[in-house]
Design a protein around this ligand. Sequence first.
Ligand SMILES: [Mg+2]
Length: 274
Amino acid sequence: MLTLEIVRQPRPTQPPKAAILDFDGTISLIREGWQQVMIPLFIEVLAETSGGKNETPKELEHAVREFVDLLTGKQTIYQCIQLAEEVTKRNGTPLEPLAYKHEYHRRLLQRIHHRLDALKTGGNPQEHLVPGSYDLLQMLRQHGLTVYLASGTDEVFVKEEADLLRVTDYFNGGVYGAQDDHKTFSKAMVIQRIIAENKLQGQELIGFGDGYVEIENVHDIGGFAVGVATNESERSGIDDWKRNRLIGAGADLIIPDYSDIKQLESQIFGEEAH
Ligand SMILES: [Mg+2]
C-alpha cells in the first residue's frame, strides 16, 4: 500500500531545527466533519439572497466549497468575511462575519460535543488523534526540534483540546490559535516569529498540515512541507480531495497519517535515523 508520496523535494535540504504543526485534521480529529457543518450553513445563507435564488444548489455548493477550501488553515473568521462578501455580491444584506462564526460554532459543537464529553470523562485520546500523532511528536522532539502548534481555531479551544488529547507538553515552542482581534494572528506571523526566535533559515523549518494555508506558508519561505491527507472519517488512507489541494499548495510529501513513523523519520532525517 502506498504510504508516502514524494511530490517535490524528497527530503529537507537542511536538517530541520523547528517544526510547525496545524491542529485540526493534522493532529486532532475532535473537529472532524467541520466542513459538513460550515458548507451547508453557508449555502443556506446564500440561498436566501435574491442573487442566490437564481443559482442551482449545485452552483451554490461549488462556490462555497471553493472559498471555504482555499481559506482552510486561516482563522475561521476569514471564511465568514468571505461569506459576507458573497452575500453582498448576490444583492443580499450580510450579517457581521462574527455572527456567522457564532452560528457555525454553535452547530459544530452540536456535532462534536459527544467527543469532548468522552475525553473529559476519561475517554481514550487515541480515538481522536490522527494515527501515530504521539509517535510523530516524540520523533520530532528526539531529533531536537523546537515544535510549535499553530491553528486557525480560537486559541482557547485549541489549548483546551490539546490538553484533552494530552499533546500540549510536546509543543515546547508554544501553542498558538486564532485571536478575537484577527489581525494580530496568522500562521505566516507565527512562522516569521519561529524564524526570528531560533535564528533559522527558511529551509530549516518543517511544516505539517492538512490545509492549504499552512502548506503554502511553509513552501513560500523555502521550508519542507508535509501534506497530511488523512481520510478523517475512516481514520485511514488518503483523502484524494485533500491530496490534490495540498499538492497544489506546494506540499513536498503527502502522507495518509503517521502510522509508519520509521518510514517518515528516515525520509525526513536520512538513513542515519535508523
Ligand atoms: Mg487543519
